[in-house]
Design a protein around this ligand. Sequence first.
Ligand SMILES: [Ca+2]
Ligand SMILES: [Ca+2]
Ligand SMILES: [Ca+2]
Length: 695
Amino acid sequence: MRYRGLGLPALLLPALLSAQQVPPIRPDIRGITPHGAQRGADVEITIRGSNLQNSSEIRFATAKLKAEILNVEHNRVRARVHLDPTAEPGRHDLRLVAPHGSTIAWFEVGARAESVEKEPNNEQSQAQSIEFPVLINGTIRPGDYDHFKFRARAGQTITFDIAAKRFESGVDSVLSLLDENGVEIAYNDDYYWFKDPHLVHKFENAGTYVLRVFGSGESGSENGDYRLTAGLMPQIDYAMPVGGQRGKTQEIQLSGFNLGAIDSAVLGEGIATAQVVSRSDRAAILRLTIPENTPLGLYRLHVGGATLPVPFVVSDLPQIAVTTEVARRKQDAYPVTLPVVANGVIDTPKAGHYFAFRVDEEQDVLLAVDALRINTHLDPIVVLYDASGKRIAYQDDPTPTNSAKRPANVDPHLVVHLKPGKYTAFVRDNSFRGDPAFAYRLTMKRAEPDFMPAIVGSDETLFRGKETIVTIRVRRVEGWNTPVEVWAENLPEGVTAPSKVVVPTEPTHFKGTCAEDNILDGTEVDFPLKVAANAPFSVSRIKFRARGAMNGRTVEHPVIANYWWRNVQKIWGPAETPELYATVIDPPELVFEAPERVPAPGGKATVRLVITRLDDGRAPLEIRALNAPAGVMIEPAMVQPGATLADLKVTATSEKPFSIVLEGRTAGKLLAKSHPILIDTAARAAAPQVISDEN
Ligand SMILES: [Ca+2]
Ligand SMILES: [Ca+2]
Ligand SMILES: [Ca+2]
């Protein structure tokens, strides 16, 4: 998001101000405790963050979740969330709305009873007793260790799963399993793509064991909330095939642990219920009929009692499932007829699967692998060989994984122009890894060029008299090679935009984390929204649409708002509400960036402020405290035009911590107030406690 000044004659503004960036002033959520709840429950949650003052409403995309706000401070909102008993388990968008903007975060609906960790539990001797199955909401602060004690019987397989980073939590967590003597018997740090751990452990001996949850390198944060799920519940590595054809009945094999008790499975929010055909400890077979009218796409398959929902794709293409045994060798590749989706598991190191197909007429063929998209940790590549065995095409990552602020895409999407003949496609892990949970889907079909348009972010605060740039990203798929045009609908009064912005076919180049040149899997363009100086204040949902034509065919799509995932600074999948939430307000004249808390050992503190002036900035700025309690001296500061820092000296005789609010005035006019700043006179001089969200 960027802002540009509008319509102000350049001579009136110092150069410094014309390029002025407005620091973020809209609400920003950094943590939620608890980060989810059981459906049917009624829970109180605390949202932490910045610029939360005056928050007026929490909205969910689904009508099955409702919230009322109980209390609001600048860095904290307490609310009560009501979860309907039929709400779909899994992640939902929670949107916090305030007069100065809105923001979204994730909130998880669970299917089992939940509890909360109890400190102190930093020592193994203080371990909290738990009984399975359990879902514990906890927090890892800096240097924090959380211990949980449980009984296991010989031969039991118990799953331990942490959801933290996946919910934007501020902690990179680790799981460690200890025996009665404190000896570590199992350990996991980063199981998932984004650093959450997961352990499945078979206990050889009966006994009392301890699970330890902590931050990698003793990291942690006030916003280091986590959800620990543990027990003997069904742990499903994948469903095979990982998708089904609508209008058809098919069998689906589940693979994992503790599957002997599976008694039900529901697709999405009650779309279809599967019948359990057979079940054993390591496998179960379901029979599922997907209704003909089910929208295409990625769903969650909710298997009763399972640790996590299972990804499942609804498609119109025939599905097959192969094993390594039948598809392992190039010379006897598994024969398929296009179009088809081949589902398989790269279950052992160096394994790969070969598929043989014929092309009868010259055409563009798509070879696309889903892995990241279906939440498996395979890093697939796809290779194509001609009838002579010569390699004719290859793809690994459309966008590399270390691409700074760009969304990684490790799922190959290869389009090749083929003459009639026999071909062999091959899928394997890029690093020859294999794992019983490395499921994939390989789509092989005639390419049907199309595109996927997205908004980077889901909300904007628009300032009167300024222009905001919204980033639109178009990903071309299946060989789309013509420009796409994007336009906005439902603009609020006083907001104008170009009738269309053309997205060219050249992909966007960007610098990676080591300044290397990378090519994005798509093209990003600036879409400007101009706000008139007298536009009414409003909150609206701006719709963007995109249209293109290729080979005589016109395709039009809504542009989908994509989640901006702040803990990895990347966009991550679509938000539940496709429109852009836009709030029109006056631009601030002054923004203070102030600490939440300043240690004041011996009653002395210096409050350092970063100042951004957006007024004409020609007169000095006077900063003073509004509400200094008795016995507290705060020297006002005079900030000369152009300066961006100010230090306020605080001296207190009292030993009680207190809060101050600062105000900034120029020529007697009030420009802004700060949030309350805690002056912590109880802090010790030597070791100021630093609360950090960095990890
Ligand atoms: Ca804790
Ligand atoms: Ca602890
Ligand atoms: Ca980790």
